[in-house]
Design a protein around this ligand. Structure first.
Ligand SMILES: [Mg+2]
Length: 214
């Protein structure tokens, strides 16, 4: 077969594959899979694995008085799973805001274990969340009620920074924290936007099969 013929064949194959219907999953089946994942122990198991790797990496570091770990909040420290499930695994902005302001989200157990380990090692804890300024009070109350009583800072989005993409905003805040003297040794989050850009240290990525923030 000539080069020209084989290129043509590849082109035909490419288009043939491109027109194939993707393998579909019934929405009810998908919801059941998600529910089993979160309620059957697999979510906790995957969190534990990611956190154990992170702890092993941190243990290799030489720590300073200003060593700090940056935590995202939603689906990292606090779980919105119950709220999402109540809506049939949906999202409604106003209802979500109302839920945040109730401040009743439960701690994610494996993250709580990691937090306890850091506190016991005298490593500083910083919360950096895309939640808005109006959610500050309920978020703080929620964290305290769930036992996160020992942290340095809770940073939420100001009105002026609302339009900046999540990853970019978090990197700006981490740079500011570093310039203020913190040595960020690790970041933990459920979205890659929590973990890209500078000043992250070790990256601990938790699973999130509910939504993606870009
Ligand atoms: Mg999150």
């Amino acid at each position: 077969m000539s080069l020209r013929n084989s290129s043509f064949l590849l082109l035909v194959l490419f288009y043939a594959c491109g027109t194939q219907a993707p393998q579909m999953l019934n929405l009810d089946t998908a919801k059941k899979l998600i529910q089993n994942y979160y309620e059957g122990g697999l979510f906790d198991k995957e969190c534990a694995e990611a956190i154990n790797v992170g702890i092993a990496e941190i243990e290799k570091l030489k720590l300073s008085r200003n060593s700090a770990v940056v935590f995202d909040i939603d689906e990292t420290v606090l779980s919105n799973y119950e709220h999402t499930k109540e809506l049939g695994f949906g999202y409604v902005y106003d209802l979500y805001e109302k839920w945040l302001r109730q401040g009743e989200a439960k701690a994610i157990p494996e993250t709580k274990r990691f937090y306890n380990w850091l506190v016991q090692k005298n490593i500083k804890v910083i919360f950096l969340t895309g939640r808005q300024a109006g959610d500050f009070a309920s978020t703080k109350k929620n964290l305290l009620n769930e036992g996160f009583t020992n942290f340095d800072t809770l940073i939420v989005r100001s009105e002026q920074t609302r339009k900046i993409p999540a990853a970019e905003w978090k990197a700006i805040e981490r740079e500011r924290l570093t310039k203020n003297g913190y040595e960020i040794i690790a970041c933990i989050g459920d979205q890659w936007s929590d973990l890209v850009g500078g000043y992250t240290g070790i990256k601990i990525k938790l699973p999130n099969n509910l939504y993606i923030i870009e």
